[in-house]
Design a protein around this ligand. Sequence first.
Ligand code: OXT
Ligand code: ADP
Ligand code: MG
Length: 576
Amino acid sequence: MLNTAQKTEASGTEQELTDGFHLVIDALKLNGIDTIYGVPGIPITDLGRMAQAAGIRVLSFRHEQNAGYAASIAGFLTKKPGVCLTVSAPGFLNGLTALAHATTNCFPMILISGSSEREIVDLQQGDYEEMDQLAIAKPLCKAAYRVLHAQDIGIGLARAIRAAVSGRPGGVYLDLPAKLFAQVIDADAGAKSLVKVIDAAPAQLPAPPAVKRALDVLKSAKRPLIILGKGAAYAQADDAIRTLVEKSGIPFLPMSMAKGLLPDTHPQCAGAARSTVLKDSDVVMLIGARLNWLLSHGKGKTWGEAPKKFIQIDIEPKEMDSNVEIAAPLVGDVGSCVTALVEAMGGNWPAAPADWVNAVKTKREENVAKMAPRLMNNKSPMDYHGALGALRTIIKERPDAFLVNEGANTLDLARGVIDMYQPRKRLDVGTWGVMGIGMGYAIAAAVETGKPVLAVEGDSAFGFSGMEIETICRYNLPVCVVIFNNDGIYRGTDVNSAGRDPATTVFVKGARYDKMIEAFGGVGINATTPDELKRAVNAAMDSGKPTLINAVIDPAAGSESGRIGNLNPQSVLKKK
Ligand code: OXT
Ligand code: ADP
Ligand code: MG
């Protein structure tokens, strides 16, 4: 019997009943989904209330996009679909950016939105928040389903869970029309209709000939390189990956969210010799990383003149040859593929060529030595390196803290400066370089793990989700937000040559973001030197109190678009 069932009299006999609300909640619980991120309203207000009463953690946000980003990163961290719950049309659309983001980044997520009456929507008769949500969601996610009958809720949720986490993970849309929630059915029939998803993301083993082919290519290398991507981080095959890297002795380059899979200070880490290893390597093994724009599509100047051979481990067969020829495709999940490689390597795999390993080491040491003095400065206003030097030490001392990071200069420089020591601790803008993930990610990281979070935010980046500091205070989460306040996007120094309005990239000068959090009972601090910044962050991390630090950065310190200025088209006709 469902604990939510009610008793009623029907033709003289007593019948246990349940309804759509209860079935959704029971189906979520049956599948171990214990957290929902969302914004309440018609028609899902009661669903949130009842889910909370039933023991599900329901976190109410100020905007669905932030709830959606929270759900997406919860999916990345837990390998279970993160759930975002929204109202119809506008709430659904607000959540949709995050759903598309989850799909693009291969994070499992389910966006559940209430919707209006099908009959009225389809005849376009102007229902409350009328919108054909299923049709709109479809191109932006892995799968989209609508449930019309209460007895199909179990199947609907099971399909959504499987679609989100199996194969290449991604976003799934689940449309629940208002009428569904109040539909009443027999409690026994309801209980029987629920589905517990067994083995939602089955292991996918690589074929033995593909393993042999990969090792043959690897063995032929004079200058091998392993690139670890966020698919490798997602896989949670940390020990197998470490064994492969260390047994092979090959230098490894972590993509941004793969930093910490092995520590950035590991002797084989080539993060600080990025250009060299991409240009000079001859065999590259990609593990859960795509040859997209972040890797210059595997060709061109970044990759140098010498011919390359690629080995690629990916769960998605269609990823192979997407940009360049893959000499040895290894289709399967990272854990199974890496384990198969390690086993097939046997006990006497040859050491990586010493001249190559030493060349990478030398370049890395050069770059690290070049950067070191810049991190020590105690200037006021701060430059990026001075401020990041302080934060780098904090993460070194607190390696289990999460680092959430967005911005342009704030992102690109933090990625290089702040070493990571543990897997899945660096959470950032991902494949789209999207601004706005900050507070949603910070909230989900704290909620899902209970660990402290340091969110390092450009002042523009923060603005996309800034209102969620109220959410952080409301749930009293151990989140410390540091805003790199340089008065604008990239820099705070632009001037509008036409004189009237401020330039498009600048904000109010000398803004005090720290005052914002005080409105909600959090701790606000203005930091003008790296020493002050370090003290303030350490105090926040020690106390676990919601804190927002306004870090005053020299408005002239940044560069246009950070490290990706080359992607910004410039008009040759610009200056009149
Ligand atoms: O090997 P070489 O010699 O080349 O050296 C490299 C490394 O080896 C070395 N290195 C090190 N040296 C020493 N020690 C250590 N530890 C070390 N580690 C590395 O350093 C160099 C560089 O290394 P890196 O960074 O690994 O390599 P590189 O070449 O940069 O890598 C290339 C990329 C492409 C992989 C990398 O750059 C990358 O991952 N980039 C991601 C860029 C990105 O996604 N940016 C975000 C988008 S920018 C723009 O779109 C913005 N918008 C528009 C907008 C967006 N995005 N979204 C939405 C919804 N609306 C609008 C906006 C509004 S940014 C933005 C706001 C910006 O303003 P803010 O105020 O927020 O921020 P500020 O800029 O701070 O003001
Ligand atoms: P990065 O941006 O770090 O380079 P990408 O998001 O481009 O990483 O690539 C991640 C890749 O990992 C995707 O192609 C995805 O299919 C793959 N992937 C995700 N999870 C797994 C897994 N468990 N096993 C194998 N491949 C995976
Ligand atoms: Mg800025």
